[in-house]
Design a protein around this ligand. Sequence first.
Ligand code: NAG
Ligand code: NAG
Ligand code: NAG
Ligand code: NAG
Ligand code: NAG
Ligand code: NAG
Ligand code: NAG
Length: 398
Amino acid sequence: MIPTSTSTSKCLAIVLAFAFGASLAYVEGAQYPLTESHSGTGFFDGWKFPVEPYDNTTNGDTFWATAQNTSLLYVNDAGRAVLKVDNTTFVPYNEKRYAPKLFSKNTYGPGTVFVMDAVHVPYGCSVWGAFWTQGANWPAGGEIDIFEGINMRKENMMALHTSGGTCTISSSSSMTGRVDATDCDQSANSGSGCTVYDQNENSYGEAFAQAGGGVYITEWTNEAIRIWFFSRSNVPSSVTSTAENFDTSSLGTPTAEYSNASCDLATLFEPINIALCGDFAGLPALLEQTCPTLAADKTCYTTYVINDASQTYANAYFELNYINVYTTNSSASGDLPSPSGIGKSTTTITAGTGSRTTSGVAGGATNGTTNANSSAGRNTIGRWGLAGLVGLAFGLAL
Ligand SMILES: *[C@@H]1O[C@H](CO)[C@@H](O)[C@H](O)[C@H]1NC(C)=O
Ligand SMILES: *[C@@H]1O[C@H](CO)[C@@H](O)[C@H](O)[C@H]1NC(C)=O
Ligand SMILES: *[C@@H]1O[C@H](CO)[C@@H](O)[C@H](O)[C@H]1NC(C)=O
Ligand SMILES: *[C@@H]1O[C@H](CO)[C@@H](O)[C@H](O)[C@H]1NC(C)=O
Ligand SMILES: *[C@@H]1O[C@H](CO)[C@@H](O)[C@H](O)[C@H]1NC(C)=O
Ligand SMILES: *[C@@H]1O[C@H](CO)[C@@H](O)[C@H](O)[C@H]1NC(C)=O
Ligand SMILES: *[C@@H]1O[C@H](CO)[C@@H](O)[C@H](O)[C@H]1NC(C)=O
């Protein structure tokens, strides 16, 4: 998810770094026993819904789907879990569109591997989907963005978000991804986190789906956080929903690696929840990078979200084979405080650079409508954290 902050004073310059020393491929690895598997008809048992009825943390234009919204959250004939944005309702101006967001019931600590196997991830103009971890007291608890894609981009973006301490991408790390910002601290880079783009265009969007999807794997230890992406044809045969153990040593060089050589992983990351989340990315400059230029009198909201959006959101869905968790950390379980206690601030993505400025909402539970006519056009998004025990989350917002 995109980071937010309550204070613009936390925004600093973006550091770009593309130079990485060649180093040994990752070969350490470890064995992790399977502790959770979410798939098929039981998929939705492992998740909970936001307590708030609409996106009150991000000025978004969504009502959060509930368990009653079985047209948006269901298991399809192929036995896959689907989470989708409503594309059948005519939404009048100043109203919101239904979209799902889920949080894992369990929490996790270091010594854990998360595996998400999808055949489709959400994309389309104004669409923002993500799968990330969040702690209870963001940003103190840190955050791992495993999958995040907006609009018609072609690549997945990964990131860490931390607060305090030291956390940057180590020049000694070995990874196949392209580093875009090295400082993970929420106060740097306008809160973008330390971002790494997959260079594989099958990692997001239409090409991801056309390739049959793929698998995102995250290993979280006190030594490093590593993320791998494998397009369907490259998924190692050992990576299956039924594998009782997971061995990361066979995966090769990760797509992104955040090592403790330059990041205090042991103290900056609390246990997490897995969150699958999707949001709609509405900042004109970002939007217009991969979607048509907005008409002069139009915003992202008025162009895409309202009225008939059946085709706009025809691809705004996750279709998941399974999400597995493997952990050696026995303290990883239990529940985090309500997700609504997280991400109370908002962030505005600014045009062009992908950087973001922040705007506190002063506790204001706006219901998104206040942004409908802003010059930027419903461009604020939510923000969640991960540190210590975390959970997982996923979903879609407008
Ligand atoms: C969002 O709504 C929930 C439930 O009503 C509430 O607990 C929470 O404080 C609200 N968040 C904000 C930022 O207003
Ligand atoms: C979602 O469920 C709510 C009631 O919980 C209902 O009012 C709304 O129309 C539903 N939306 C969709 C798209 O199913
Ligand atoms: C909040 O949203 C609801 C439904 O979308 C709308 O009826 C209401 O007028 C909005 N309130 C404000 C203060 O914008
Ligand atoms: C397990 O998770 C807890 C909570 O985050 C953490 O304090 C502990 O160090 C972890 N154990 C190991 C072996 O990493
Ligand atoms: C950092 O990782 C190394 C192994 O790469 C390990 O020996 C060391 O204990 C780790 N440091 C901390 C603080 O966990
Ligand atoms: C609505 O979305 C579904 C996928 O969720 C898609 O199959 C359908 O074609 C979309 N409707 C239109 C009119 O594009
Ligand atoms: C937003 O703009 C539209 C079109 O210009 C206008 O009709 C509407 O009244 C405006 N809404 C608000 C809340 O300013």
